[in-house]
Design a protein around this ligand. Structure first.
Ligand SMILES: [Zn+2]
Length: 370
């Protein structure tokens, strides 16, 4: 139907590629098409077969979690009005409620459905579908808000990144579902995640063990983060830190004081091989900012803009609490940065610079014992 209306006479393989580019960002190299590097002809023939007899399971599986019906709708809506009207007329014979306004959405849903079916990720019966819909509804009622918050309002499915609520024209709408991670286990909060409706609908019928394990790993990180947030909840941190951060933001390279005036060896606090990324990040910030930041904080303290002793004690207390809860160094660095972010509402990168400073000052992380 779409080939008739929007292909501009292109041949099947060309149009097929076009159609795929509308619904997924998966490139042709990653498509699960039979690997025969010998000829382009094989590929073209495969695509012709797909167009005639439907997708192979492998192909559908390679794109099913990376579909973007939103993109498909947007692309269709850029076509001439007359074309959309014709498509709507065509589709009416399948769905009588179709009109020019909703045809793009209906086609997108239909396309997603075709791909999910080819991937084998659809209910076995209407009864099963209804049972699962009811279960999802119940889970959302009971755990929805908590899990959406745990997910920080972003779909937890790897590679998705869709927001779970959007504000548009002053109206907030919540677009998410709650799904079981391991479907053979109980529907308890530690076995549940918040997903966008697309990932939820696909994963609902997926019994892939590897994917289940991947989601369990994500859940673990989210739970650990939530636990840290609870630990730090109510722990004070001087909001005057904002003044310091504002100054960091405005620093130009020429404002930086010579770092060699007070060389700090981060190796005394962090072992590079424990976590190289953390070591390099902290070292980079300390090398660049330590001396300048020390000057900024000390003069702010002198002017009474910040109570430096107080901030030092608070940082130390926050660190101790996370350390006691057996958090890793990376977790500690991230959680304290986030705490600074929460207090100041300044961008993460500046908050990390502040934390790196307190690491160099020994408030955060104990000296590495020999
Ligand atoms: Zn998603």
């Amino acid at each position: 139907m779409m080939k008739n209306r929007i292909s501009d006479g292109a041949d099947v393989p060309y149009f097929f590629r076009d159609l795929m580019a509308m619904i997924t960002d998966v490139t042709e190299d990653e498509w699960g098409t039979p690997k025969d590097p010998s000829t382009k002809l094989t590929k073209e023939n495969t695509l012709r077969t797909y167009a005639k007899r439907g997708f192979s399971k492998k192909f559908a599986e390679s794109i099913v979690y990376r579909l973007s019906p939103e993109m498909f709708v947007k692309s269709l809506n850029t076509r001439p009005k007359a074309v959309i009207a014709l498509l709507a007329d065509d589709y009416k014979s399948y769905d009588s409620s179709t009109n020019a306004t909703n045809v793009s959405k209906k086609l997108a849903d239909c396309f997603v459905d075709i791909i999910r079916t080819a991937a084998g990720l659809v209910p076995q019966s209407e009864f099963e579908r209804q049972r699962l819909m009811q279960q999802a509804y119940d889970l959302k009622m009971r755990f929805g808000e908590y899990l959406r918050d745990e997910a920080d309002n972003v779909c937890t499915f790897p590679g998705c990144g869709r927001l779970l609520s959007v504000a548009e024209n002053g109206v907030v709408s919540y677009l998410f579902e709650v799904g079981l991670i391991d479907k053979s286990k109980e529907a308890k909060v530690d076995n549940l995640l918040a997903f966008c409706p697309y990932c939820h609908a696909t994963y609902l019928f997926d019994s892939n063990k590897k994917r289940c394990k991947e989601l369990a790993g994500i859940k673990k990180i989210l739970v650990a983060h939530k636990q840290s947030m609870r630990l730090l909840d109510g722990m004070p941190l001087e909001k005057e830190i904002i003044g310091v951060i504002t100054k960091i933001k405005n620093l130009k390279e020429k404002d930086l004081l010579d770092p060699s005036l007070d060389p700090k060896d981060i190796k005394e606090k962090l072992i590079p091989d424990d976590n190289l990324a953390l070591y390099k990040t902290v070292k980079g910030y300390v090398d660049t900012y330590y001396v300048t930041l020390k000057e900024i904080i000390e003069s702010a303290d002198k002017r009474g803009e910040i109570d430096y002793d107080e901030v030092q004690d608070q940082m130390k207390a926050i660190y101790k609490r996370l350390k006691k809860a057996n958090k890793s160094n990376v977790e500690i660095f991230n959680e304290i940065s986030e705490k600074v972010h929460k207090v100041s509402l300044q961008e993460d990168i500046y908050c990390q610079i502040v934390v790196a400073y307190f690491i160099a000052k020994c408030e955060v992380f104990d000296a590495v014992s020999e």
